[in-house]
Design a protein around this ligand. Structure first.
Ligand code: IPD
Length: 277
């Protein structure tokens, strides 16, 4: 049977490439920075312009589809996943990297139908790497099949995480305490690229065994979630329960052994759900 979402996925790849070119261009110029929830939660004209570009282009081709976009939500649009085909968009994942010229910035486009993720596209636009995942059909980077690492020993693993944009001292203490415990297991290394979408692609590629974070949003991880699972990896909540796209917390790993070992060390702190009303 023909894939009902192939045309949407092809469009996502094309528009992500176009968006990435706009971001690369903008990196050549001075970037004007604005703040959202705090002085470290940044947004730029490029985030807004790229999101508008993606949404306008998708609307033209798929007028009945719905959208959850980082900047539209910041502007007051609802962040509720319905059964309707829905594009979940982070136009510039790694905005802080973008502002500083730190070269990991991604366009992230996830697509869900009946609340189930169908495909994900992550375009790491400075590196010019196109990651894709289609439910049941595998994950790829520039056409090459992705496979998670087969490592089961935590002491031979590399882990990736982020410090996030919460600067509340007790929360920051919990983040550092988790990282310290994981580092001292010991693991081979602890990394962070500054973009959740790229971090998930690193799990899918086998470059790291796991990525975890509390505080991410659905648009940071929707696309990566498909790419990781299609590369053979697992997604879990930070308490070991099932992954919930709207919960703002996630462990993605090459296998359950590594995920469970990391989960043991995570000091959980509250983060308001994306779909809280
Ligand atoms: C952020 C990045 C970062 C992660 C934050 C995200 P943004 O997304 O993915 O790696 O630590 O939690 O909010 O704001 O650059 O799109």
């Amino acid at each position: 049977m023909a894939d009902p979402w192939q045309a949407a996925m092809d469009h996502a790849v094309a528009v992500a490439r176009k968006a990435g070119a706009v971001i690369r261009d903008a990196l050549q110029n001075e970037v004007k920075v604005m703040c959202k929830s705090s002085s470290v939660d940044l947004v730029t004209k490029t985030d807004q312009k790229v999101e508008q570009l993606i949404i306008a282009s998708v609307k033209e081709k798929f007028p009945d589809h719905s959208f959850i976009g980082e900047e539209s939500v910041a502007a007051g649009q609802p962040c509720i996943l319905t059964d309707n085909p829905t594009w979940i968009i982070d136009p510039v994942d790694g905005t802080t990297n973008f502002v500083h010229g730190f070269p990991f910035v991604a366009v992230s486009i996830g697509f869900a139908v009946k609340k189930e993720l169908e495909f994900g596209v992550v375009y790491s636009c400075v590196e010019d790497k196109m990651y894709t995942g289609r439910k049941g059909k595998g994950a790829f980077c520039d056409g090459e099949k992705l496979q998670v690492s087969d490592q089961t020993e935590i002491k031979k693993s590399m882990i990736i995480s982020e410090l996030g944009s919460n600067r509340d001292a007790p929360t920051v203490n919990k983040i550092f305490s988790t990282m310290q415990k994981i580092l001292c297991i010991p693991v081979h290394g602890l990394r962070g690229s500054g973009t959740a979408a790229t971090n998930m692609c690193m799990v899918a590629s086998g470059a790291v065994e796991a990525f975890f974070e509390i505080g991410i949003h659905c648009w940071d991880i929707a696309a990566g979630a498909v790419i990781v699972t299609e590369a053979g990896g697992v997604l879990l909540d930070v308490d070991g329960g099932p992954f919930d796209l709207m919960s703002r917390r996630m462990v993605s790993a090459n296998n359950k052994t590594i995920a469970d070992r990391i989960i043991k060390e995570i000091d959980i702190f509250p983060a308001e759900r994306d779909d809280a009303v």
